[in-house]
Ligand binder design. Sequence first.
Ligand code: 0X9
Ligand code: ZN
Length: 423
Amino acid sequence: MRVLFLFATIFVAAVLAVGQETHPSMQGMQSLSISYETPEQLSLLKNYVDVPGFDFVKSTNDLVDVLVTADKIEEFKQLLEEHRMNYTVMIENVQQLVTEQYIEQEVERRLQVATQDYASGRLSFTYYPNYKEVNEYLTYLTQTYKNIASLITIGNSYEGRSMKVLKLSTGGGNKPAIFIDAGIHAREWIAPAAALYMVDLMLQSHRDLLTKVDWYVLPVLNPDGYEYTHSSSANRLWRKTRSNTGSNCRGVDGNRNYDMGWMVAGASNNPCSDTYAGPKAFSEVENQHMRDFILARKGQIKAYLTFHSYGQYILYPWGWTNKVPDNEPELRNLASQCAQAIARSRRTQYTYGTSANALYLAAGGSDDWALGKADIKLSFTYELPGGRSGFLLPASEIKPVGTETFEALKVTHQYVTSKYASH
Ligand code: 0X9
Ligand code: ZN
């Protein structure tokens, strides 16, 4: 009996130890938005990057957002005060908000499950769909818009989930195409949802966007990570893939894993870091499938858009260096037009610039690869809004965010049409 108890204790301790390493408890975890002014203040904050208990989810030239576990929060706040750094508590208790949202989400889902629409695979966009619901919706689109929508399975994820690209085309060859992906970062739920809502808008009421341009949409580039965040509230803040690279810690940051300046800056070689670049460039099978799909259509794809959250940025290459690409004026001009279009829609303010200059240096990103290696001249990362709660943006924002971002899509479509389509 005593031996059994001992085994049980060891087992529980082992589970807790592993659990702690990959999932810091969200109970009492707070989200702080901290402003800094001096280089000293910045370097003080930098000391905490990749320290257990601290998750720097956003950093800009004068602000950082960080999630801090309950056991570290008071001491950390004291330190900020000692160094005269202003901060705002954005989320008082992350666990509580996550739990509330899971319940809300489930209530919304159950309201839909009984309906005909749900049975057909249609999405209401009133909750964040899980991987299965995304796929059902894609199938629904191919059945409803038979002559326009089709699916291309590009391969399986590490855990064996199929990765589907939705193709929207009214037929006829030699059309320029726009490629969109979302969900490379698992916890950024607004990205796949908004991308799909924009597809919905296109098919329901903006068919004109389909006459001169083909569209490819990969709504969930990291299906394993995405499903993991949906599977339990404890996993809600997972960012990476779920591959096992031989360490205690799982997953690779898909957006550090492309072979454009791989590992030169803003990426980690520590498998436990949230910005782990992987054992080598393109170690992640999901990224390989995406790469192969795009390279097979090299020349046709004229614009690459990747959706992330959060922070309201339209970013373009480079992220791996502070240098700017040759066509920077073109990228800046298009980003500016897109930002203005979004602002006209709902007054949401976007900042635009190269990733390295407007946000931070980070190598191995998909946008840099799209321009540098796939030669897609128009390559952009959208950091969608996070409201007050960042990744935990309420699902009621899916339609408003999708609607305003659709304005940027229209501008991009217009630009691609006038530059590349035959008239
Ligand atoms: O760090 C990232 O991968 C992106 N921000 S996020 O908060 N969604 O993680 C920005 C990527 C910008 N592009 C490059 N650095 N290449
Ligand atoms: Zn992201």
